[in-house]
Design a binder for this molecule. Structure first.
Ligand code: URP
Ligand code: ZN
Ligand code: ZN
Ligand code: ZN
Length: 484
């Protein structure tokens, strides 16, 4: 045979076009794109199917160490299976510095955990204590080894850093050519609201949204854009949740700043009303920033159409609802302040976006491919190897049945969690076969790739995130403060 694998008769879509073509794959790489290709050792008939670039999920928490009973539910084995079940072929997850672990050691430990991955992966380095030693000794070596992005939290006790520390991380990102990603919410304001709500006895899940209303996000998104402008440092703002935050992003972009924004499916299909489901069910919808309103959902779709929002990620952050004894792991009447934030979403991301976006006519297929695969690959230095179907790119491909009607259940997610916030949701369109470098990882809902098929994606320097070279004054303050 001329090829290891030929995918035949499919309708191929990229971020710029849709065309009928066969795909010839050799040694994990797309080597031919044409009709009537000669035979492959293996063939997949994709008649009536869409052949899409595998999803690139650049924000997911997989196997980050946390204390029981709030431990993260997925290993890399289950997390990567779940991603592939939903058509995703590359992950960027987080190696998180902690009080007892340096950035260097956290990255090394995460590489050990990630040896179980079935799909390709890379890491952001989460910096919770950016000391001079970390910024000037550890990060240069870690970036050089391919960990070319940092994540900072401006809220969450124990993880958050101050604005002064954030400036130093931005400066390090600029010097080292690494993208800084930011969780932007006003920490002290959240603490103030939370203290008041607890004092008033208002601790049911729904008050999570009252502790973190849009103003805490809007203010902080504005602030981080200003800090990024002040140091001429490109940033990505994580999980933009609604209209006002998206307006701040658009304003920064109109000023010419290199500020990219992501949103996540939970902000497109869930609202703060979900927190008010009966009993403690609402706890399944505690994520941050909080869910907003249906008007915010439509504003986010509009922001996607305009390009204000560049990519859509899962922010997969799974915690089991029930403990080993079957009871709620965090107590049936635990205050919202004690419930770990975050929802599982690796598998649901693409089907929800396809169904709510493409099938319902909110976005076209090219935009779907752009926001789920091509754009995140460009933004994080994985392009052109990942994020598109082209000769020379990795054969990371999801073969979709665009007409299949599916009711989402926890079982279909193939994750290791005991619930999904999308349980019972009806979607149109589902990935049938997900291939990573030409090897099927999930086929018809079954995991068929071994643990360890996934490879680490070391990310080298790239132009997309180059600073503009424009400071507020003629003076470049960055090179004088952080010495990398
Ligand atoms: O609620 C969330 N999003 N939890 C995961 C951590 C984060 O903030 O991204
Ligand atoms: Zn071969
Ligand atoms: Zn976050
Ligand atoms: Zn997150």
């Amino acid at each position: 045979p001329d090829f290891d694998l030929v995918i035949r008769n499919g309708k191929v879509a990229t971020a710029s076009e849709t065309f009928f073509s066969d795909i010839g794959i050799q040694d994990g790489i797309v080597v031919a794109l044409a009709q009537n290709l000669p035979a492959g050792a293996r063939e997949i008939d994709a008649t009536d199917r869409l052949v899409l670039p595998g999803g690139v999920d650049t924000h997911c928490h997989v196997d980050e160490p946390r204390a029981p009973p709030t431990a993260s539910a997925d290993s890399f084995a289950s997390g990567s299976a779940s991603a592939a079940a939903g058509g995703t072929t590359s992950l960027i997850c987080f190696a998180k510095q902690g009080p007892n672990i340096s950035a260097t050691d956290a990255v090394a430990a995460h590489h050990q955990r990630a040896r179980r991955a079935r799909i390709d992966f890379s890491f952001h380095i989460t910096l919770t204590d950016p000391t001079p030693e970390v910024l000037e000794q550890q990060l240069p070596a870690l970036v050089e080894a391919g960990h070319r992005s940092f994540k900072i939290f401006l809220t969450y006790s124990g993880s958050r850093i101050t604005d002064g520390q954030a400036l130093r991380v931005l400066a390090a990102g600029r010097k080292l050519g690494a993208l800084v990603c930011i969780h932007a919410e006003h920490h002290e304001l959240i603490e103030f609201y939370t203290e008041a709500l607890v004092a008033a006895g208002l601790t049911a899940p729904k008050y999570h949204a009252w502790a973190k209303p849009m103003i805490v996000e809007r203010e902080c998104v504005h602030r981080v854009c200003a800090l990024a402008e002040a140091l001429d440092t490109p940033i990505q703002v994580f999980h933009v949740s609604g209209a006002e935050a998206a307006e701040e992003i658009a304003r920064a972009q109109d000023r010419g700043l290199k500020v990219w924004a992501e949103t996540c499916p939970q902000y497109l299909v869930l609202t703060e009303q979900d927190l008010d489901r009966p009993g403690f069910e609402g706890a399944k919808f505690i994520f941050s920033p909080a869910g907003r309103t249906t008007a915010d959902q439509e504003a986010l779709w509009e922001a996607i159409r305009r390009g204000t929002i560049f990519n859509v990620t899962s922010d997969h952050a799974p915690t089991r609802y029930a403990g080993p004894d079957g009871k709620l792991a965090f107590g049936a009447d635990a205050p919202f302040t004690k419930v770990p934030n975050g929802v599982p979403g690796l598998a649901a991301r693409l089907p929800i976006l396809f169904s709510e976006g493409v099938a319902k006519g909110r976005i076209d297929l090219q935009t779907f491919v752009a926001i789920t695969a091509t754009n995140p690959a460009k933004l994080f230095g994985l392009a052109p190897r990942k994020g598109t179907i082209a000769v020379g790119a990795d054969a990371d491909i999801a073969i979709w049945d665009p007409a299949k009607q599916v009711t989402i259940t926890n079982e279909l997610m193939l994750h290791d969690n005991d619930h999904t916030p999308y349980e019972g949701m009806q979607v149109t369109g589902w990935p049938e076969i997900t291939l990573v470098r030409g090897v099927p990882v999930v086929e018809h809902g079954k995991v068929v790739a071994e643990e360890g098929h996934g490879q680490f994606l070391a990310r080298g320097p790239y132009d997309f995130i180059a600073p503009r070279g424009v400071f507020p004054t003629p003076f470049n303050p960055v090179d004088r403060v952080v010495v990398g």
